[in-house]
Design a protein around this ligand. Structure first.
Ligand SMILES: [Zn+2]
Ligand SMILES: [Zn+2]
Ligand SMILES: [Zn+2]
Length: 152
């Protein structure tokens, strides 16, 4: 028997949300709402920055995206396989590439400190920022090419 695909009626908001989610999935890095907005515009999708921001926030609420604050204080978003569970990241300052980190030592220590200071309902966030391997190799190769040959 042939299967006939019937396109389900999709709400405007959810298609836009899926497009934003798709951008996050393809990029696999932490991006600001402005950067995501630029990608969508380049893809020919007419969407306002405020809508992008709203949809990103609802993706975070749905556990389909993760959000962090960059060292510059900017809110960044990423498609995260573990968005619903507590975890940490290491993020490239240059390209936004990210790895998920589980750090049991941090979880243990935060419990010990909370107990010591008699605090309850304690939460924490920890993100590591650095330069990823591929950005570091691009940087070092561009430095090498800029180096002028020594005159002797
Ligand atoms: Zn994550
Ligand atoms: Zn990088
Ligand atoms: Zn933690």
């Amino acid at each position: 028997m042939k299967r006939i695909k019937i396109a389900a009626p999709v709400k405007r908001n959810s298609t836009r949300r899926d497009k934003i989610h798709q951008v996050l999935t393809e990029k696999r890095s932490f991006l600001s709402s402005q950067e995501i907005h630029k990608v969508l515009i380049r893809q020919g999708i007419s969407i306002g920055i405020a809508t992008v921001y709203r949809q990103l926030e609802s993706l975070v609420q749905q556990g389909r995206a993760d959000t962090i604050i960059s060292p510059k204080g900017e809110r960044l978003y990423s498609n995260c396989s573990q968005a619903e569970t507590h975890h940490h990241h290491i993020i490239c300052r240059i390209c936004g590439a990210a790895e998920e980190l589980d750090i049991p030592e941090v979880e243990k220590l935060s419990k010990i400190f909370a107990q010591h200071h008699k605090y309850t309902d304690v939460s924490h966030s920890l993100e590591l920022f650095g330069v990823c391997f591929s950005c570091a190799s691009i940087q070092s190769s561009s430095i090498k090419s800029k180096r002028k040959p020594k005159l002797s």
